[in-house]
Every structure is written in C-alpha cells, then in structure tokens.
Design a protein around this ligand. Sequence first.
Ligand SMILES: CC(C)(COP(=O)(O)OP(=O)(O)OC[C@H]1O[C@@H](n2cnc3c(N)ncnc32)[C@H](O)[C@@H]1OP(=O)(O)O)[C@@H](O)C(=O)NCCC(=O)NCCS
Length: 182
Amino acid sequence: MPRLSSLLPTIKHLYRNYKACKRMPYIPEIKITDDLILSSATKKEINKLKEFKTAADGHYGIPWYLTSLIFRRKLCFVIRKANGKTIAYRTFYFNEDDIRRGTVHDSFRYVVKEERRKGYGNLLVETTEQYFENHTSIKGFTSKVLESNIASAKCILKQGYRIISWENNDEGERINYYLKNL
Ligand SMILES: CC(C)(COP(=O)(O)OP(=O)(O)OC[C@H]1O[C@@H](n2cnc3c(N)ncnc32)[C@H](O)[C@@H]1OP(=O)(O)O)[C@@H](O)C(=O)NCCC(=O)NCCS
C-alpha cells in the first residue's frame, strides 16, 4: 500500500485541476480549414499521447496522465484531418504558479512524425490559444521547453511567449520557463 504522504502531491494536483476546470466549458469541434478540425481528445488519443510523451521524455508522470485523462474534454486538444487521421496533440494542466497567475500550463505538444515541418506545430499553438482566449477566462499560458528543442521553442515564441526563468534538468540541459499573457 502506498503511504498517504506519497500520494498527497497527486491528490493536490488533481484537486487543483478539478477546481480550475470546474467552470470551464467543454471543447467544441472547431473547423480550422476544409481539411482540418480542432477537437477535444478521445480516451484513445490520450493513450496515444501517453505513448508519445513517454518516448519523448522517458516518463509521463501519473498526475500528468490522470489529469489528461479526467479533463481531456476541457484541456486536451487534437487536430484531425477530414479523413479522421489525428495529426497533432496538445495537452494542458494547472500548476501552482498558474493558479496564482490565472494562466494554464502548456504540458505537451506533439505532431506525428510524417506530418512535421508542414506548419502544424505552429497551427496547433495558434488555434488552441485562440480557443482559450475566446471561450474561457484564462489570462495566459506557461510552458517549459528544453533550450535544444528549437522547433518547439519557435512555435511558442511566434505566439508571444517570453522566457521568465530557467533551470537545468538532471542531464544538465537548460529548460526555459516561458510566460505569455493574453
Ligand atoms: C515541436 C513540434 C510539435 C513542432 O511541430 P512541427 O509541425 O514540425 O512544427 P512547424 O512545422 O509548425 O514548425 C515550427 C517552426 O519550427 C521550425 N522547425 C521545425 N522542425 C525543425 C527542426 N527539426 N529544426 C529546426 N527548426 C525546425 C520550422 O521551420 C518552423 O519555423 P518558423 O515558424 O520560423 O517557420 C514537433 O517537432 C514534435 O512533435 N516534436 C516532438 C515532441 C516535442 O518535442 N514536443 C514539444 C515539447 S513540449
């Protein structure tokens, strides 16, 4: 049996996200172009996202997965082609900083390999943030991105994010902490 103290961070994380999501609407299907739809993720897509995050980061974190799964209709987006193929994924959650600032955290973005470098990474950031701006009271976004991840950083810099602090991970790589106020 895990000790209660070891479960406390997960419980706090879920409760914080529950409270922050309570008054947020469900994500509707939004037509981006004749061929592309922005939508909330299905359970199957969240499980795919877990696979992608594990491959990218080497771990996904139980609080991250539970938050994505439970609040997938409020915080997890996908872009699908008209033929039904899911090509891009983005998920958010609320950390303690976000609650203080009224922002939401850009947790993970992913474009399937064969569709990269076609502008979908930029489109994913732009369309999901327009959604928050138009349909919620979110005041901005936070994100943590490895400095070496040029493509990922470019997508958010283009949308007006700026670096507010940075830290090194266990491998000594620099991770920049970004903020964008709406
Ligand atoms: C990050 C990611 C979502 C970007 O998706 P994408 O569809 O390739 O992005 P875009 O085609 O819109 O390109 C975005 C910008 O990055 C540039 N870019 C894309 N791939 C690049 C690469 N390998 N090296 C350098 N620049 C790159 C593009 O030229 C474009 O620049 P511009 O806006 O100045 O024209 C995608 O690479 C990915 O899924 N990576 C694996 C997961 C990951 O790292 N997620 C982010 C962690 S939160």
